[in-house]
Design a protein around this ligand. Structure first.
Ligand code: PRP
Ligand code: ZN
Length: 298
């Protein structure tokens, strides 16, 4: 492999795959072929994408096989705790919080089983694929319980009699519902993060890391942003400015032939809903136009 190209690890198939690829596309990356191969070459950046199991991503960065990784905080935290337990400090740095891959690691009990807080866990068997995070949770609450470490299919462990309850990832909640389980406590709120090696990279590689970080910032800040244009009576200017969601300094332009009116253009850093448009209209605004923002660079 070319040593001068950045290597970025992405989940091969799962909740992070599509949003990770979408983020990279929005950052301008064009990849060689489909995601069925292990490595995809970036055609217009010195960056290649490795498709791997999400659980392997922290290790790949830890061992400098990859320079960067897009991974869930849940997987990252578990790996950090496991490394610490083995006496190794984690060698990956968390460099960006990303706005996708939201889910939570939660405790869930079978329907009909009561739960009155962490003390209800005493002496219970809890099935999980996150033994280190569960152990920390129990330790912090001074509860003794048995951790049943599984490699998958945690949600069926209570029915098989292998555990009394589970500690697993929940995102839509449909897995719990289908297995007659009820979420009772959150152990960790999770979302995707970008991690990198702490190693000093050659300047060309480091420059691309910095460019990628800046582009990610830009992509994330425009996701919710809108560009709004409208006409307003000068007398209503103050009220209308207050109604524009998350816009610091709108541009105010005189309107030829209408001395009492102005045009207002503003970037709103929040979505503009119909309700907002209706309030603006009520305040005297007309000719309202809302446009998506494609790119933004501060
Ligand atoms: C998690 C978890 C459940 C599912 C929950 O697995 O183990 O199976 O997601 O999601 P839901 O609330 O939307 O139904 P994941 O897909 O992360 O698999 P992995 O642990 O093998 O990566
Ligand atoms: Zn996984």
């Amino acid at each position: 492999m070319d040593e001068m190209r950045l290597k970025l690890a992405v989940q091969k198939s799962g909740r992070l795959t599509e949003p990770s690829l979408d983020l990279l596309t929005r950052c301008g990356l064009k990849l060689s072929r489909g995601k069925d191969q292990l490595i995809c070459v970036g055609e217009n950046m010195p960056l290649d994408v490795l498709f791997v199991r999400d659980d392997d991503i922290p290790d790949l960065v830890q061992e400098d096989v990859c320079d960067l990784g897009l991974v869930g905080l849940n997987v990252l935290e578990e790996s950090r705790l496991e490394l610490a337990a083995r006496g190794h400090p984690a060698r990956f740095q968390q460099v960006r919080t990303l706005d996708f891959g939201r889910c939570r690691l939660s405790l869930a009990v079978p329907d009909g089983v009561s739960f009155e807080g962490p003390s209800s866990l005493r002496g219970r068997r809890i099935a999980t694929t996150y033994p280190f995070m569960l152990a920390r949770y129990l330790r912090e609450r001074e509860v003794n319980a048995e951790i049943v470490t599984l490699s998958g299919a945690v949600e069926i462990a209570p029915r098989l009699g292998r555990a009394d309850l589970i500690c697993d990832l929940v995102s839509t909640g449909s897995t719990l519902l289908a297995n007659h389980l009820r979420e009772v406590e959150t152990v960790l709120e999770s979302h995707a993060v970008l991690i990198r090696t702490p190693l000093e990279l050659p300047p060309e590689k480091e420059e691309w890391v910095q460019r990628l970080l800046m582009r990610i910032e830009g992509v994330q800040s425009v996701r919710e942003s809108k560009y709004i244009m409208l006409h307003a009576p000068r007398s209503a200017l103050a009220e209308i400015r207050k109604l524009l969601p998350g816009s610091e300094s709108p541009t105010i332009i005189p309107l030829e032939g209408f001395p009492d009116k102005v045009a207002i253009h503003a970037v709103c850093r929040e979505n503009v809903f119909w309700e907002t448009l209706e309030s603006l209209k009520k305040a005297g605004a007309s000719a309202l136009l809302v446009l998506p923002v494609e790119k933004m660079l501060a």
